[in-house]
Design a protein around this ligand. Structure first.
Ligand code: F6R
Length: 617
């Protein structure tokens, strides 16, 4: 849950580290620190609780010596609160060795006790300092060979970690190791980089290497070497990063979230781009993998949070077009319940970051039980796709704001593509139905743009009026239900307002007790064309809550006049075939949550207590 960056080369490492940390701050932002080996060969370190700006101030007050080797860290606290002392880097070996870490070392208490018994002392409450002190001890034992010390240390660690370290004895060298936590290498000319993801260095180079599980990497200005934990050399193929640096910048927007919501049309368009040829879905990543879908009698979608809600939408599409039964499960619930899974199961995982530990572990468990695995992911070089049999990338571009918006619509789009593809491969879907669906799919970006152009201002005004609201409910049926859940999640995480999403049909089974005069309720109204019954049932639900004083904000199709007499506010979305409604209905909810948090003066990019990439269980 932390961001890490490393640099060796001819340039000032401090500037490169701070720029890299700024791009990784979405991964954690309760403290930050850097260490640099200066041109005289001595190691200096600054670290500070709070956001990166606090570290910059500390560096302005007490600058570090100029140097060309360094490591930097932005933290999301696990062991030990967010204090200056608990921030990384942690020093060992008479402060000549600096270490940063992402992950959790589960056996740190036992290791700490062992080291304390040997006379080592600790300044922080973190598991990381234990790894640092252990590395210092092993460095001495290995006669000053940092990579050998790493090999000795990793064999003692349990849990998940990416560790980076550098030592005063070796200017121009940074060594890293990873197990179940991300680490990517950026390949420059006469310089090299390390990062939790490519955003850390994409402004300097787009050539990258993703190292595998249980591997150790050493970077110098001249080169990169990778070994496994036993020291055997590993060959790693470089790849080209398709994001450019500008895509990860705010580009004049007030926040990354504002920019990312405005990019929802492109996120959908780019995910479809190149995947429709002559009226057929062609997913190049799945070329030659049709076998993956044969003999499959069941799909299990695994994901967390917003990605899970995308999965719930995907269930409707896969069942309708591919005619395979689908279960959608929270990844963390799947893993610990002895699931019944085998070769007849296709597990589809969804993850923007590709690093969510709960999802990664669930995918590994499914693979261990013999399931076929396919991942839908937005981040190149990430771990989950590399652990899966097949990948379908979403092309939402880098998502920096902690709460997911454009990646969500891209995930739903990828699920539509997958459902249509599997439906055709398995002969469950006629060319005619697929063709009509593809036409709908291709029309979505323009429809989302319509909402942004025509409704955004009004929704923002509504969110300002509602900035004192203490609780908001969201109701939906059928594909509107996952959107109600997503609307509630986005509102609570951005604005810290109590919000709940319910299946509208569930109302009478309990939640209606929450309705009192003035209670705002967003209702996803299905298209009247979706079947008169469903539409009529949602209108009845609205009547039931209105009768009890609810203030109804309907998200309804343009031209649906039937809803007007029943709603206090109607947020319009363009007409779309029923299965495609969710991708439109969610846009007003994203705008609303962002607008309300902004009206309350909150940081929409970095909500409290959260981190973008949840790389601990
Ligand atoms: C909510 C949000 C989270 C993520 C979840 C999974 O706005 O962003 O709920 O969707 O943590 O993250 P990924 O998709 O990276 O696996």
């Amino acid at each position: 849950m932390c961001g890490i960056v490393g640099y060796v080369g001819p340039r000032e490492s401090q500037d490169i580290l701070l720029a890299g940390l700024a791009r990784l701050e979405y991964r954690g932002y309760d403290s930050a620190g850097i260490a640099v080996i200066d041109r005289e060969g001595s190691l200096g370190m600054r670290k500070k609780a709070g956001k990166l700006a606090r570290l910059r101030e500390a560096l302005d007050e007490a600058p570090l010596g100029a140097g060309t080797t360094g490591i930097g860290h932005t933290r999301w606290a696990t062991h030990g609160g967010p204090t200056d002392l608990n921030a990384h880097p942690h020093l060992a070996d008479d402060d000549r060795l600096a270490v940063i870490h992402n992950g959790i070392i589960e056996n740190f208490s036992a290791l700490k006790a062992e080291l304390e018994a040997e006379g080592f002392s600790f300044r922080s409450q973190t598991d990381t300092e234990v790894a640092a002190v252990l590395l210092g001890r092993e460095y001495r034992a290995a006669g000053g060979d940092l990579a050998a010390a790493f090999r000795a240390v990793v064999s003692r660690l349990e849990g998940a970690f990416t560790l980076l370290a550098m030592h005063e004895d070796h200017p121009g060298l940074v060594v890293g190791a990873r197990r179940n936590s991300p680490l990517v290498i950026g390949l420059g000319e006469g310089e090299n980089f390390l990062g939790s993801d490519v955003a850390a260095f994409v402004e300097h180079t787009r050539r990258a290497l993703a190292i595998g599980q249980d591997q150790i990497v050493s970077i110098t200005p001249e080169g990169v070497s990778v070994t496994d934990f036993d020291g055997a050399v590993v060959e790693v193929e470089p790849f080209e990063v398709s994001w450019d640096a500008a895509a990860a910048d705010k580009g004049g927007w007030s926040s990354f979230m504002a920019k990312e919501v405005s990019e929802e049309p492109e996120a959908v368009a780019n995910t479809v781009l190149g995947r429709v040829q002559d009226g057929q879905i062609v997913i190049p990543e799945l070329d030659g993998l049709d076998g993956l879908f044969q003999g499959v009698s069941r799909v299990i979608v695994l994901a967390c949070g917003t990605a899970y809600y995308a999965g719930l939408v995907g269930k409707y599409a896969i069942e309708q077009w591919a005619r395979i039964p689908v279960d959608v499960e929270l990844a963390h619930e799947f893993r610990y319940r002895d699931p019944i899974v085998g070769p007849e199961t296709l597990v589809v995982s969804i993850s923007q970051s590709g690093e969510t530990m709960d999802t990664l572990m669930a995918v590994k468990e499914a693979a261990r039980l013999g399931a076929k695995t396919l991942s839908i992911c937005n981040t190149q070089g990430a771990t989950i796709p590399r652990e899966s049999d097949a990948i379908v990338y979403t092309h939402a571009g880098p998502e920096v704001a902690v709460a997911s918006t454009k990646a969500f619509v891209a995930q739903i789009t990828a699920l539509y593509l997958l459902a249509l593809h599997v439906g055709r491969v398995r002969g469950a879907l006629s060319a005619e139905v697929a063709g009509a669906a593809i036409a709908e799919l291709e029309a979505l970006p323009e429809k989302i743009r319509w909402i942004l152009e025509n409704e955004q201002e009004r929704i923002e005004q509504l969110s300002r009026w509602m900035s004192d609201t203490r609780s908001v409910l969201f109701l939906g049926r059928h594909v509107g239900y996952p959107i109600a859940l997503e609307g509630a999640l986005k509102l609570k995480e951005l604005s810290y307002i109590h919000a709940e999403g319910f299946a509208a049909g569930e109302l009478k089974h309990g939640p209606i007790a929450l309705i009192e005069p003035g209670q705002p309720v967003f209702v996803m109204v299905p298209s009247p064309r979706q079947g008169a019954t469903l539409h009529a049932k949602v209108i009845s639900n609205i009547e039931e809550i209105r009768a009890r004083g609810a203030r109804v904000i309907a998200v309804a199709e343009e031209g649906d006049a039937a809803v007007l007499p029943f709603a206090d506010e109607v947020l319009r979305v363009p007409l779309a075939a029923p299965l495609f409604e969710p991708i439109l209905a969610v846009v007003p909810l994203h705008i609303f949550a962002m607008g309300l948090a902004t009206a309350k003066g909150l940081d929409v990019d970095q909500p409290r207590n959260l981190a973008k990439s949840v790389t601990v269980e």
